[in-house]
Ligand binder design. Structure first.
Ligand code: NAP
Length: 372
């Protein structure tokens, strides 16, 4: 029976992965072995075989006995352990949520509903490193990948509205703490319906700007505000690394010989775990909007078209509507008035599912099937 190591299974992405695997009854046909960087000797999760003591996630000798390693531990661990294993001659499959190996020439970024052909070619040619993509990129391709598949995109901009979860568990807590402090400060004014709205506004602004407002993780207020900066500066282009990934990862996922230009501005907003994006898409052909919509609808079986009405948009096209689900709604699809071939669209999707854990879960199944 194949041995599969799980590292990083109790972090935010790892827990969503465990939940999804339990839900889909995936823990069959292989022997799971759980590792830790900090809880050595404690018991791992019970996935149907009783709890077993955790193994050391830095024990390369033990890891080298695994057929597959699935890790959601993060780039630091990957950078330390992966090269050691490979230099020891380990030939197993490495499936990783972290970005460390994403742009390596001998790795494939996995999003099988979109690039199963690239994955299958990789498996056939002996590629052993399969890495989950950036959450925003994966969600964009789940939403409108059909347009890329048909070779219709001349260029595209994605303006993002990204959730707190993308920055980690501590940041999700900080967002809710910020909301709580705003609500507490404004409480007496809120309870009095005849209080002046400008007093309420002033109260909220003073709370947000006050020295006691908790913003150690984000570095700035998010609740009642937004942060138009995600990750580090790419000095040559002035993009943030998150913005740079839009171009580099999308074209790598699609295996494009001629890269499609993609850029935009990535913004953190006060959503919990769903990233949203507004697209301007320049098509190579000025297709009828119904045809464009039909092609978008074929992007994946989880893509759901939301009619361009206020009613449908409010009901189905928001973080509140899709959080915790695999559905990727796409709406506000319309021709833009700036010229022929310009289309607008908007999407929202759960970044811990399609943006992180789900492509990893599905890749494990694909590798297990491949190994027979
Ligand atoms: P995380 O929640 O910080 O978890 C990482 C590790 O922290 C855990 O595996 C755990 O390792 C340790 N840890 C320490 N204290 C913990 C606690 N109280 N609860 C749970 N775990 C604790 O990291 P993550 O957000 O899942 O991200 C993991 C990797 O996936 C990163 O490389 C990230 O860039 C990538 N990724 C993240 C997202 C996202 O949206 N967050 C999306 C795509 C990719 P031990 O059990 O060994 O102590």
């Amino acid at each position: 029976m194949k041995k599969v190591a799980f590292i990083g299974w109790r972090g935010m992405v790892g827990s969503v992965l465990m939940d999804r695997m339990r839900e889909e009854k995936d823990f069959t046909g292989f022997e799971p072995v759980f590792f830790t960087t900090s809880q050595l000797g404690q018991n791992g999760p019970d996935v149907g075989f009783g709890p077993a003591p955790l193994c050391d996630a830095f024990d390369t000798e033990k890891l080298s006995r695994m057929d597959i390693i699935v890790t959601c531990q993060g780039s630091d661990h990957t950078k330390e352990v992966h090269p050691k294993l490979r230099s020891m001659g380990w030939k197993g499959y490495w499936i990783d949520a972290a970005s460390a190996l994403r742009m390596n020439e001998d790795s494939i970024i996995v999003l099988d509903p979109v690039n199963r052909d690239v994955i299958d070619r990789g498996l056939a040619s002996g590629v052993k490193d399969y890495i989950g993509g950036n959450c925003t990129v994966s969600l964009m391709l789940m939403a409108i990948g059909g347009l890329f598949r048909e070779g219709l995109v001349e260029w595209l901009t994605s303006m993002t509205y990204q959730a707190a979860s993308g920055a980690g568990a501590k940041n999700m807590r900080e967002l809710v703490e910020q909301m709580n402090i705003i609500a507490k400060g404004a409480g007496p004014l809120l309870e009095n319906p005849s209080s002046a709205i400008l007093d309420l506004d002033r109260n909220v602004s003073e709370t947000i700007r006050g020295g006691a407002f908790p913003a150690a993780n984000f570095g700035a207020p998010l609740a009642g505000s937004l942060i138009p900066w995600i990750d580090s500066l790419m000095p040559e282009t002035g993009q943030t690394r998150e913005e740079w990934k839009g171009y580099s990862e999308t074209n790598k996922i699609l295996g494009n010989a001629a890269p499609v230009p993609i850029d935009g501005i990535c913004v953190r907003v006060g959503a919990m775990r769903c990233h949203s994006q507004g697209f301007t898409i320049k098509l190579k052909k000025d297709l009828h909007i119904d045809e464009v919509t039909a092609i978008i609808a074929r992007s994946s079986k989880w893509t759901k078209i939301i009619g361009n009405t206020k009613e449908e948009t409010l009901k189905g096209l928001s973080p509140a509507a899709v959080s915790g689900t695999l559905t990727v709604p796409v709406g506000r699809i319309r021709k833009m008035n700036i010229g022929p071939g310009y289309v607008a669209a908007f999407t929202s999707g759960d970044q811990l599912l399609w943006g992180a854990a789900e492509p990893i879960r599905r890749m494990l199944k694909i590798v297990l099937d491949h190994l027979g």
